[in-house]
Each structure stands twice: as structure tokens, then as C-alpha cells.
Design a protein around this ligand. Structure first.
Ligand code: AP5
Length: 223
């Protein structure tokens, strides 16, 4: 399966993409994670992307399209993948169509995780993640079960993202409204768009996404 998770900053794309990879083996391809890794390693791409990311603006289409075009031809994507944070402009969506055509694959579904803006700021500024395995938590909505210890790997070191400050979040939301929202009608016209209410608790969002993607498990036995 090839699918896309779309939604504003803080909607829960990363949380759900990591879960889908763990539970259903759908390889997560997050352009945000790839760009942060490039910045941390100081690569050419990282140097080009850094200023835009720190300001809350989008990195240029050319850079992210090239990253994804190379990544989807790697062997771990042969059985499909889940795009998280890409495409973010109509130009990126058109480039994705062209690259999938080149490798004779097609997009199966696009899931929009919809969350009102007033909730997103608290989600993002409360976010932190495990420095070892990347599991995502939230000081208000999703703390680790045991304080200070990662639920997934037991790690005890946590990190916060540099762009998760209120000023940058406001710019990221503005970029989403101006440049990414127009991607929704692009996929709606193709009959690929499904909408999930991302304001619900994480487990309920998860089951709605699974249903939208057709990967839900068997219903629990009636009692
Ligand atoms: P990116 O890393 O993609 O960030 P983003 O889109 O801003 O999204 P976030 O990672 O902030 O949020 P998320 O939806 O993954 O939410 P999460 O699951 O963490 O991009 C960063 C930057 O890179 C961009 O600004 C841009 O500069 C650049 N970039 C990346 N891709 C690009 C592209 N294609 N083109 C150009 N530039 C690009 O959840 C958030 C918090 O909420 C967590 O704490 C979580 O625990 C909590 N939470 C999740 N779900 C729920 C729920 N249902 N209820 C309560 N809390 C919840």
C-alpha cells in the first residue's frame, strides 16, 4: 500500500505513522525527520533547509521532491510506504504522481487528520520525544506511563524540537493554511481523500485511520 497522512502541524501524523509502521508494517517516510537528520549531520541538504525550518517556513519543493524520489526506490519501500509530511504543496503532489508513474506504482489513499487550530498550539508546545527510539509524548495529553521512562524502549533521555516554540508554530500554521490546504482538493478530485477527526483520543483516531486505510484488525468478540 502507498498512502499519505495529511494534516496541520501537531495533528498527530507522526504519532499515527509510527504506530502504523509498528502495527501494520507500513514504512513511515517523514520528510520532517529526514530534514532534521540532515540538519543534525550538517549535510548539504541540511545546510539548505535549516533556515526555513527554524523560521517555520517550508523547505523548497526541489529539495524535498529529490529526497522522496530517491527514498522511495530503496528496497525497504518495495512493499509500500506511508508518507508523513509530504506532499505539502500542489507542486509536490504533482511531482509525486510523476515519480510513482515512473516506478509503475499508484497511490492508494490519502488520510486527512483534521484538528482545529486552537488545539494544535498546546499539542506542539507540550510535545517531547524519546532520544533513543523517537517515540512521541506530550506533557498534557500523553505522558509516558512511568514518568521519565520511555514506554517503548525504556530510554530515560528526552528531547524537544527547536521549531516547537509558539512563534515558529504560528508561522508553521500559516504555511499550512497557505500552501498545504490546497493539496486537499487536489486529492478530493481524484477520489482518494478520506477525513478523520483528529480531535478524538489517540486510540480512536488510530482505529478511524485503520478503517480509512482498510488495515483494521478483526472486531473484538461481542460479550
Ligand atoms: P514536520 O516534521 O513534518 O512537522 P509538522 O508537519 O509541523 O508536523 P509535526 O511533526 O509538528 O506534527 P505531527 O502531525 O506529526 O504531530 P505529532 O504526532 O508529533 O516538518 C517540520 C518542518 O520541516 C516544516 O515546518 C518544514 O520546514 C520542513 N518540511 C517537512 N516536510 C516538508 C515538505 N514536504 N516540504 C517542505 N518543507 C518540509 O503530535 C503532536 C503532539 O500531539 C505530540 O505530543 C502527541 O503526543 C500529541 N498527540 C497526537 N495525537 C493526539 C491526540 N489525538 N490527542 C492528544 N494529543 C495528541
Amino acid at each position: 500500500m502507498i498512502a499519505i497522512l495529511l494534516g496541520p502541524p501537531g495533528a498527530g501524523k507522526g504519532t499515527q505513522a509510527k504506530r502504523l509502521e509498528r502495527e501494520h508494517g507500513l514504512k513511515q517516510l517523514s520528510t520532517g525527520d529526514m530534514l532534521r537528520d540532515a540538519v543534525a549531520r550538517g549535510t548539504r541538504v541540511g545546510k539548505l533547509a535549516r533556515a526555513a525550518m527554524e523560521a517555520g517556513d517550508l523547505v523548497s519543493d526541489d529539495i524535498v521532491v529529490q529526497i522522496i524520489a530517491e527514498r522511495i526506490t530503496e528496497p525497504d519501500c518495495a512493499n509500500g510506504f506511508l508518507l508523513d509530511g509530504f506532499p505539502r504543496t500542489v507542486a509536490q503532489a504533482e511531482a509525486l504522481d510523476a515519480m510513482l508513474e515512473d516506478i509503475d506504482r499508484k497511490l492508494d489513499a490519502v488520510v486527512e487528520i483534521a484538528v482545529p487550530e486552537d488545539i494544535l498550539m498546546k499539542r506542539i508546545t507540550g510535545r517531547f520525544s524519546c532520544a533513543e527510539c523517537g517515540a512521541v509524548y506530550n506533557e498534557y495529553f500523553r505522558p509516558p506511563k512511568v514518568s521519565g521512562r520511555c514506554d517503548v524502549c525504556g530510554g530515560t533521555r528526552f528531547v524537544r524540537r527547536k521549531d516547537d516554540n509558539p512563534e515558529t508554530v504560528r508561522q508553521r500554521l500559516a504555511a499550512y493554511r497557505a500552501q498545504t490546504e490546497p493539496v486537499l482538493p487536489y486529492y478530493e478530485k481524484k477520489g482518494l481523500l478520506r477525513r478523520v477527526d483528529g480531535e478524538q483520543p489517540i486510540g480512536k483516531v488510530a482505529s478511524d485511520i485503520d478503517r480509512a486505510l482498510g488495515v483494521e484488525g478483526p472486531a473484538p468478540p461481542a460479550c
